[in-house]
Design a protein around this ligand. Structure first.
Ligand code: ADP
Ligand code: MG
Ligand code: MG
Length: 324
């Protein structure tokens, strides 16, 4: 591998999972063919776990709810198992059975508006993750109540980032930036052995404006925020992370949660989980999660961080101040 500091990355942009995906490989041996393979890999994942693609495994599981179990691939089975682990650990604040609520609110898509309260209640009644039955022997998934729907929107991009990481690793590429709409993996070191500088998005500004940067090597940086998928009705902002307790978008003063850790699937699940848990419970939760750092940014421009995150952060924006 070329580890010379002047190596220029080869990059490609894809549009998948409703997201702009950008992958840059810092290695002179990278070719367009590698990006074709990455695109195929992304299509394969989407073709398994998409909630809206009729041919996907998750679509099949959802459309057989209350009728019969559906056999899925190992990959899909394990991802749903992982999502269920987070559901248990967060007592259902993270909830992969939330598909009906996600469809009902339709946040981030045209025409989104506050639904009628009785429709929210009905969708919430179909969101009990305990009714997702996993058969480890047959790899069948069964949704016990008719009309239930799994939604993996909170974990799928992290899973895809890990899959790209594994692919690049197998190809012998040590330096790369994998970015799925802000769900980032900074793979290895920069060419030349230095750390990567990754900006932490200012949740109050357009993409690209940061509150500062963190220096990392071989880590994933994943943010859940209120600033990209939302709508405004009667002056109130409704963002896309829902509280399974109420069926309404979480409105707890948090603008964003950023997680830094080793596996992007976990980081994605954690960023959504901590957003719903809130600052106090979220910081407690993350204390029990090894090798993982978290940063909360509030609407009041306060920062709450684990000590490890504070150590990494080079804050450049004075409007934001540490509150813990
Ligand atoms: P992003 O879509 O920016 O990656 P997240 O990773 O936080 O943000 O995922 C948000 C998505 O997860 C929503 O669009 C929806 O599909 C789903 N979702 C919403 N609320 C929850 C929840 N409480 N638990 C699990 N998934 C959720
Ligand atoms: Mg995500
Ligand atoms: Mg997430």
């Amino acid at each position: 591998a070329n580890t010379h500091e002047t190596v220029k990355p080869l990059g490609e942009t894809f549009f998948i999972f409703d997201t702009v995906v950008n992958v840059k490989i810092y290695d002179d041996r990278a070719t367009r063919q590698h990006f074709n393979e990455i695109e195929a890999l992304l299509n394969d994942i989407d073709g398994k776990i998409s909630r809206t693609l009729e041919s996907s495994e998750i679509y099949q599981v959802n459309s057989h709810s209350g009728k019969s179990p559906v056999k899925v691939s190992n990959e899909t089975f394990e991802l749903v198992e992982k999502a269920l682990d987070y559901a248990k650990r967060t007592y259902g604040k993270f909830n992969p059975a939330i598909g009906n609520l996600v469809t009902l609110w339709n946040i981030g898509h045209e025409g989104a508006r506050v639904p009628d309260a009785d429709l929210i209640e009905a969708a919430n009644a179909l969101s009990d993750y305990h009714l997702i039955e996993m058969n480890k022997e047959t790899h069948e998934i069964y949704l016990q109540k008719e009309g239930m729907a799994i939604d993996l929107g909170s974990i799928g991009k992290g899973y895809a980032a890990d899959a790209i990481y594994e692919y690049l690793e197998a190809q012998g590429f040590s330096s790369a930036i994998i970015d799925l709409g802000g769900n980032i993996y900074a793979k290895g070191n920069k060419p030349g052995g230095k750390l990567w500088n990754i900006g932490i998005q200012d949740p109050g500004k357009e993409r690209g404006n940061s509150i500062g940067t963190i220096q990392v090597a071989d880590k994933t940086i994943v943010t859940s925020g209120i600033y990209e998928r939302f709508f405004i009705e009667d002056g109130k902002l409704y963002q896309h992370i829902l509280d399974p307790g109420t069926g309404y978008p979480v409105d707890n003063g948090i603008s964003s949660v950023t997680i830094v850790t080793k596996h992007s699937t976990d980081a994605d699940a954690l960023s959504t989980s901590l957003f719903v848990l809130g600052i106090e419970d979220g910081l407690k939760f993350i204390e029990d999660t090894p090798d993982t750092e978290a940063l909360f940014i509030t609407k009041e421009q306060k920062l709450y961080a684990t000590s490890g995150f504070k150590d990494m952060l080079n804050k450049t924006n004075d409007s934001y101040t540490f509150a813990n």
